[in-house]
Design a protein around this ligand. Sequence first.
Ligand SMILES: [Zn+2]
Length: 256
Amino acid sequence: MNNIDIVSNMIAVSNKVVVFTGAGMSTESGIQDFRSQNGLWQQWNPEELTFDKFMSSRSSREHYWGFSRAIWPTMAHAKPNPGHYAITDLNKLGKLDVVITQNVDGLHQAAGLPEEKVVELHGTLKWVSCLTCGKKTPREEIERLMDETGEKAPECSCGGFLKQATISFGQSLPEIAINIAEEKSATCDLFIVAGSSLVVYPAAQMPLIAKQNGAKLVIINIGDTPHDGYADVIINDKTGPTLAQVVEKVKIKFKK
Ligand SMILES: [Zn+2]
């Protein structure tokens, strides 16, 4: 039996599957990886984009928005890939508890997964939030406003700074999302890592929490991860085609 069959069998006998997605999922939709050799941090100095810098001066906020707007067109036009749709199908089969994602591109929702099934550890760039009053505005609206007015560092009507609703270096992760992710990791019976090299904490902690609480662990990733030693199955391949094949097999089992 090959690994595709093994993983589809594991899903078939599980009731609460958690899928944990990272940059590998997004790159297969044409979104640049931040950390890879040709990644965005080769072009933009992350030290100029920290949360402290953002808060410190208007020129830093203009720089932040320059970066944010440079990557926005790619993000706005990115489409879900077969991996995203496979996870949505897993939900339709009643197997998926949640997706925990490090990605900020909103592609799980774009693939038809309900909002409440997606735990976004690093926020989302589909929204802009006010750091003072917390008001959220769709990103497209802010883009339009900046185009029309030439504003380079937009502010809220309350006077607060507007920032993409993603987590910057030095900014604390959303506590609610972390708590949900930890709880879901501890209570699932199968945890599937898809396209993450598991190096960013506390996100990378989640598969270990799952494993410590008795779940089976599957890692689908092109490269090695520090947690490979804990995995029941490792598939070193692209996430989209792999997940699509796995979920097709699960569907066949449920048609019988
Ligand atoms: Zn405000």
